[in-house]
Ligand binder design. Structure first.
Ligand code: PLP
Length: 347
């Protein structure tokens, strides 16, 4: 059973295993960080500029948002919040499998049981099976849109309808990749009318701030107040707080990277189809590929050629590999390495 997140380390030159922005942060972020000095390092951070930027970015008033030390901390806070006032010893979270590991890890960390509903071969979100597993013991339901590791998107109104149907159970919708799909549940009236809904966002992926650690939870103001009760007051450090307005202001940089991701997805899907490997339609900055029983050899070969990918070998089927679809330049390196690896395997 999983208790601790296994950090996928990589020494390879091309990192296509964690869906980071391969070009890094916007140069404007570095300019903002260079203005900080001894005073900022020595003082507790001020968040006014960061909250002003993030609430404008999401088009909601600031009492709808709480900043977190990456979305990972947001998932932990949502878990703590959901299990804090449970009425029974046995309390559960419901999620799907495969999914982002932190839902299960955080649930277990706060003493909950995690119920995993398997995705079928089509990898679609099993709404009926999720509903069937929600009982009086359920405190929170974790969903991801677009989903990780499949990249699949479901219509936001379906998620909204599910959240309303399952109320008062907390429904956490992780939108780590919503910058790529363009679809979001963040809307002032939707959130106000659905106080059991919490939307998670991160600035690690499209915005390229994974090293700085900044994410956000977005929900109705009363829900945000209760989430603040389980979060440390200064969990976002001064450098991350200064980076955020600069990153958000550089819309051209983010749009460039989002366009790179779209081109990379098309390229990866076409190449895999030509080589006879199944992929799933993705709206995020990664593509899931089924390399079947050749996956171990392919992942090893790619690593030898300097390319790290995410082997999801413990998922059903065993041959699934998630490949970041970010910079087109990196995607071309992946394609070249894959073709060489397959050629060598035939010799
Ligand atoms: C990357 C990722 C996160 C974590 O983001 P951080 O802000 O870097 O902690 C959360 N959820 C999903 C689905 C992710 O892929």
């Amino acid at each position: 059973m999983m208790r601790e997140y296994q950090r996928p380390t990589a020494s390879e030159r091309v990192r296509l295993h964690l869906n980071e922005n391969g070009a890094g942060a916007s140069p404007r972020v570095l300019d903002a960080l260079r203005t900080l000095g001894r005073r900022e390092a020595g003082c507790y951070p001020d968040y006014d500029a960061a909250y002003a930027a993030v609430s404008a970015c999401f088009a909601v008033p600031r009492e709808y948002v709480v900043l977190t030390n990456g979305l990972d901390e947001g998932i932990f806070a949502a878990s703590t919040f959901a299990f804090r006032d449970r009425r029974t010893v046995h309390a559960e979270a419901v999620g799907v499998s495969p999914a982002f590991d932190m839902y299960e890890i955080c649930t277990r960390a706060v003493g909950g049981h995690f119920i995993a509903v398997p995705l079928d071969r089509g990898l679609a979100l099993p709404f009926e099976a999720i509903r069937a597993r929600v009982t009086a013991a359920t405190r929170i339901v974790f969903l991801t849109n677009p989903h990780n590791p499949t990249g699949a998107t479901v219509p936001v109104h379906d998620l909204c309808a599910l959240a309303r149907e399952l109320a008062p159970v907390t429904v956490f919708v992780d939108e780590a990749y919503a910058d790529f799909s363009g679809a979001t549940l963040i809307d002032r009236s939707v959130l106000s009318d659905t106080p059991n809904l919490i939307v998670g966002r991160t600035f690690s992926k499209a915005y390229g701030l994974a090293g700085l650690r900044v994410g956000a939870l977005v929900a109705a103001p009363a829900t945000i107040s209760r989430l603040r009760e389980v979060l440390p007051p200064y969990s976002v450090n001064a450098w991350a707080a200064a980076a955020l307005p600069a990153a958000i202001a550089d819309t051209a940089y983010r749009e460039w990277y989002v366009a790179q991701a779209a081109e990379s997805r098309t390229l990866l899907a076409a190449v895999c189809a030509r080589l006879g490997f199944e992929t799933w339609p993705s709206t995020a900055n990664f593509v899931l590929v089924d390399f079947g029983d050749r996956s171990h050899a392919i992942v090893r070969d790619l690593a030898r050629r300097g390319i790290a990918v995410r082997h999801r070998s413990s998922d059903p089927g065993g041959g699934f590999v998630r490949v970041t679809a970010g910079l087109v330049e990196d995607t071309r390196l992946f394609v070249k390495a894959l073709e060489e690896a397959l050629c060598d395997a035939r010799d």
